[in-house]
Structures are given as structure tokens and as C-alpha cells.
Design a protein around this ligand. Structure first.
Ligand SMILES: C[S@@+](CC[C@H](N)C(=O)[O-])C[C@H]1O[C@@H](n2cnc3c(N)ncnc32)[C@H](O)[C@@H]1O
Length: 384
């Protein structure tokens, strides 16, 4: 097997593949007027007769199934009022559970739980997921295998940059590991995918990019994305092994970030630029890992304790051998005192070019005794 075709195979690793998850919270949701909905629940709770209790729950269920905010039913939000978005199918299944209860005590217990879920917000330390309504977050992935069918190409996500990642990666990471208003640092920001997602989800974002032309385009695209949460989005040109991120954050009055997302070059699989300090220009895997480690050294003091660092990385072939860049990078981060939380394997499909050559690559794999790259890693670490 010659080095050239192997490198070509590896290139598919970091090119623009993948798929979509259902968009965040409003999918399948209804907007309730929280106060009036809770009043209605309280009226049901006050029934002592089990038959009347169940009849009231049935009427509530019917209203939810057959009416909407345009009907004059008080539980729905009216124009000008604040609404609470609730997943309709989850709410209906909870009402079914109440209706299926055999005793009024059990039914009251389920109703009380429903009331708490709507009335109380109970989130963990690192995200805004309301754990009392955890069933509604079906768009938040919890498995270690991420199989996306299609990349999110909406809005400013134009997928023009060879070597970008699918927006679903920063999207998922931010849902799990940040709260609204938190700061996210991406020291290899490329085309700005992370910062575009930051704007959508209401997180402040700072990205470092060594290539000035790429950074300029990223900045333009990030600014094209609407800023409805009024967050800060900064693209800084330079080498992330320097103190640039620290200085830029200090200039904004910020000392710590709550999430770091690192998507470095996969060594030399794609040569991003000739800039001095570009990790894709490192002379061999050891030099690449040294530079990667130096970046981890720079970002670590900026990450708040107990918060997360994610590394998105794929492996490569060199001289007929599989080089496990992902595991090597994992080792570099672990040396710096992080605890490993997850190793996620994410699929990717071929680019159009590779698809056309599918049979040829299959033949090459059979002859060369290797497997064609179809996955990359998202390594998740927590700062102790
Ligand atoms: C794999 S790409 C990141 C792509 C990005 N996630 C996106 O979606 O567009 C890696 C990026 O790191 C940049 N880079 C390489 N070495 C760097 C360094 N020392 N400091 C900052 N950026 C660097 C490259 O120019 C390239 O744009």
C-alpha cells in the first residue's frame, strides 16, 4: 500500500459529512400558561372522589389533544403572555399514566410529579436540562455512538470549509455541558461552526484561528447568524499555543470559560496553511502531539474547575500503519490531570468524490489489509 492513497482515504475523516438531529426544544411542543395550567392541576388534586378525579384528568387530556392556543382554553398561552414549552406527547403519556392508576393515592402521586415538572426547574451544575422533565429532551444524545444521517446545513452553516465538523457536534456538547450565558472556547475555530452554534443556543463564544483568511470568513458567517440571545462572538487570529485566548478573554473581562471544544487538524491529513505554528504542518505524529499538548496547556488554566473539555479527532494511516491519533491525543490530555468522562464514536459517510470511488476503495482495502475510516472520536474530559 502506498502512502498517497492511504492519505487520501484518511482525508475523508475530517471532511464535511454527517447528519442531523431534530432541532432543539420546540419540536412537538405546546406553549402553556404555566400559572393557569398549575391552577387547573390544583383543582384536579382537590377532588376526593376517584371517579371525579379521573374525569377531570380526561377533560384536561382532551383539551390538550383537541385544542390549541387559539381556542379559548385557559391552559394555553395567550398573545402577550409568557409561555412554558412542554412536549405534547410526553405530557399526554403522563396523563395516561395517571388515568391508568388503580388508586387515587397512586394517581395523586403521578399528578404531583407532573405538577413539579411543570412548576419547578431543577437543573444540574453544568447545563440547563430540567431533570424533572428529562423525558422531554429526546434531542439530547446520551449514547456513546453518534450516528447522524445528515449534517445540519441550516442558516450560516454553509459547509464550505474542507475539514469542518458537523454543527451537531458543538450543538450536542453545549446542550450537555453549558448553561445559557456560559463561555465556550474553541482554539481551532476554522470556519466558525462552534460560534454559530453558540449564537443559536445563547452561549458566548471565543475562537482562535491561525489562518487569517479563514478567520475573516468565519467572522463574516458568524455575524450573519442572528444574535437573538445577545451573546459575544469573537474570532481571534493567531496561534492557540500562545496566550491569545487568555488575553482576548481578559479584554472582555472574562477569566474562565465553561467549555473548551478542540477540533485540531488530524495531523497532516489536511494541510490547512503554511503558517508557522499550524498543527497540520507538524513534522510527524510526535511533533503534532507536542503541539497539541501545548494547546491543552494554554486552554487548561482558562477552563473552570469541574467543567468539560472535548477533543474531536480522527485517526490516520501512515506508511501502511494505522496511527491512533485519537488515543495519542487522549493520552496527552490525561497527562494534564483531567478525568476521562466518555469516548464517543461518531460515524461519517463518504464525500461525493469518495462515493464515486467506493468500489476502488473497497478493492484497495481488501488488497492492503486495512479498513476504510468511517468514524472519528469525540473525547470528553472533566477538569478536576
Ligand atoms: C479541523 S479544523 C477545525 C474546523 C472547525 N471545527 C470547523 O467546523 O470549521 C482545524 C483548524 O485549526 C487551525 N489551526 C491549526 N493550527 C492552529 C494553531 N496553532 N492555532 C490556531 N488554529 C490552528 C487550522 O487552520 C484549521 O482551520
Amino acid at each position: 500500500m502506498t502512502r498517497k492513497p492511504i492519505r487520501k482515504t484518511a482525508k475523508t475523516n475530517s471532511s464535511t459529512q454527517s447528519e442531523i438531529l431534530p432541532d432543539s426544544t420546540l419540536n412537538g411542543s405546546i406553549e402553556l400558561n404555566k400559572e393557569r395550567f398549575l391552577e387547573r392541576i390544583a383543582r384536579i388534586e382537590s377532588r376526593e372522589d376517584f371517579g371525579a378525579f379521573k374525569a377531570a384528568v380526561s377533560r384536561l387530556k382532551e383539551d390538550l389533544e383537541t385544542r390549541n392556543h387559539e381556542s379559548n382554553v385557559a391552559i394555553f398561552v395567550r398573545p402577550g403572555e409568557d409561555g412554558a414549552a412542554v412536549k405534547k406527547d410526553v405530557l399526554l403519556s403522563e396523563l395516561d399514566q395517571i388515568l391508568g392508576a388503580r388508586t387515587i393515592e397512586r394517581a395523586s402521586y403521578y399528578l404531583k410529579r407532573l405538577k413539579q415538572g411543570i412548576g419547578v426547574v431543577s437543573t444540574g451544575k453544568v447545563n440547563d436540562i430540567n431533570l424533572l422533565r428529562w423525558k422531554e429532551y429526546d434531542d439530547v444524545v446520551t449514547d456513546s455512538l453518534w450516528v447522524f444521517a445528515k449534517r445540519d446545513a441550516s442558516g450560516a452553516h454553509l459547509a464550505w470549509y474542507w475539514g469542518n465538523f458537523v454543527p451537531q457536534i458543538p450543538h450536542q456538547l453545549m446542550l450537555r455541558y453549558t448553561k445559557k450565558g456560559d463561555w465556550v472556547l474553541d482554539p481551532f475555530v476554522g470556519s466558525g461552526t462552534t460560534l454559530i452554534e453558540c449564537r443559536r443556543l445563547g452561549r458566548n463564544g471565543i475562537g482562535i484561528e491561525i489562518n487569517a483568511d479563514t478567520a475573516a470568513k468565519a467572522k463574516e458567517l458568524v455575524e450573519r447568524e442572528s444574535n437573538k440571545h445577545n451573546v459575544v462572538s469573537e474570532v481571534v487570529v493567531g496561534d492557540s499555543r500562545s496566550e491569545l485566548a487568555r488575553d482576548a478573554l481578559a479584554g472582555l473581562g472574562i477569566e474562565e470559560v465553561q467549555l473548551v471544544i478542540m477540533h485540531p487538524p488530524y495531523a497532516d491529513i489536511i494541510k490547512f496553511s503554511d503558517a508557522e505554528g499550524d498543527l497540520s504542518g507538524a513534522d510527524g505524529a510526535d511533533a503534532f502531539l507536542k503541539m497539541f499538548g501545548e494547546t491543552v496547556d494554554r486552554v487548561t488554566p482558562l477552563l473552570a474547575k469541574g467543567r468539560y473539555l472535548a477533543v474531536v479527532i480522527g485517526d490516520k494511516y501512515e506508511k501502511g500503519e494505522w496511527i491512533p491519533l485519537g488515543f495519542h491525543c487522549l493520552g496527552e490530555v490525561m497527562k494534564r490531570g483531567y478525568s476521562l468522562k466518555s469516548i464517543i464514536v461518531k460515524n461519517f459517510e463518504e464525500t461525493r468524490g469518495k462515493r464515486d470511488q467506493k468500489q476502488l476503495w473497497r478493492y484497495r482495502a481488501l488488497v492492503g489489509g486495512f479498513y476504510i475510516f468511517k468514524h472519528e472520536y469525540i473525547l470528553l474530559f472533566k477538569k478536576r
